[in-house]
Design a protein around this ligand. Structure first.
Ligand SMILES: Nc1ncnc2c1ncn2[C@@H]1O[C@H](COP(=O)(O)OP(=O)(O)OP(=O)(O)O)[C@@H](O)[C@H]1O
Ligand SMILES: [Mg+2]
Length: 228
């Protein structure tokens, strides 16, 4: 299995440097409100949400912050695989348990200092309903008190409501698109859908820029466009 945690394995690479720039931009993205909870989403499958959220979470942790990465792709979550962990007790299981009780057993320690993972858990029959619950909202409030940053890896916005639901609960939303892959109208639809619900979009990451382009553009795999 390829190692996708490049912030850990290849911290000097241009991709790692780009992710650190995104981290800094997010930290400074709002003067008026504290940014603690960040959802990473995209328009369609395979644009790099899980890759980006995992590495962004490491970037925050490497900055000395206490970070929780949550896999809220309850349908096909794979963050536990990326981090080489089990998916026995995850978000879906927690959402049908007593969240006021001690749930620290659900938060898995990763090999990265300061970084914990709440994996997706057993695939439920009703992912959107679970995410749209009062319990989920309360859980996010509880977790954001325990960590400096909570990063959510979501599903694509196109065709599924899961990330649209999650976008209501977080401080900032980051949209990933992939060069030569995401269609402009898909990205525009994603922006409209998220804006309609009042999501606070921090910016768009252009992912998967080929090496040949990236050296031309200064070595960055992804460019981050601030919305405001
Ligand atoms: N910048 C990158 N450099 C190298 N590989 C990447 C990069 N971004 C994504 N990938 C690879 O592309 C594939 C798809 O990425 P990823 O799983 O993160 O997408 P996703 O948006 O989470 O997909 P899904 O919608 O299926 O959850 C993975 O194999 C991942 O390792
Ligand atoms: Mg994913």
């Amino acid at each position: 299995m390829k190692n996708e945690l490049i912030l850990d394995t290849n911290p000097k690479s241009s991709v790692a440097e780009a992710i650190r720039i995104i981290r800094t931009n997010l930290q400074f993205s709002s003067a008026d409100k504290e940014v603690k909870t960040i959802l990473v989403t995209s328009s369609i499958a395979g644009e790099g949400k899980s890759f980006t959220s995992s590495n962004l979470a490491i970037a925050f942790a490497q900055n000395g912050k206490r970070v929780l990465l949550i896999d809220c792709d309850l349908r096909r979550g794979r963050l536990h695989k990326i981090f080489g962990l089990e998916n026995d007790k995850g978000l879906s299981n927690l959402l049908i348990s007593d969240i006021q009780a001690d749930f620290s057993g659900y938060l898995k320690k990763t090999n990265i200092k300061n970084l914990f993972l709440l994996s997706s858990g057993s695939v439920p029959p009703n992912p959107s309903e679970l995410l749209d619950s009062k319990k989920n909202k309360t859980l996010i409030q509880l977790l954001s008190k325990k960590f400096d940053y909570v990063i959510f890896d979501g599903t694509p916005v196109g065709g599924l409501t899961d990330s649209v639901i999650m976008s209501k609960y977080v401080d900032k939303v980051v949209v990933v698109c992939a060069i030569n892959y995401t269609k402009v109208e898909q990205l525009v639809n994603t922006q409209k859908t998220l804006e309609n619900i009042g999501a606070d979009i921090a910016g768009v990451i252009v992912n998967k820029i080929p090496e040949s382009y990236s050296s031309y553009y200064g070595g960055y795999y992804g460019h981050y466009y601030q919305n405001d």
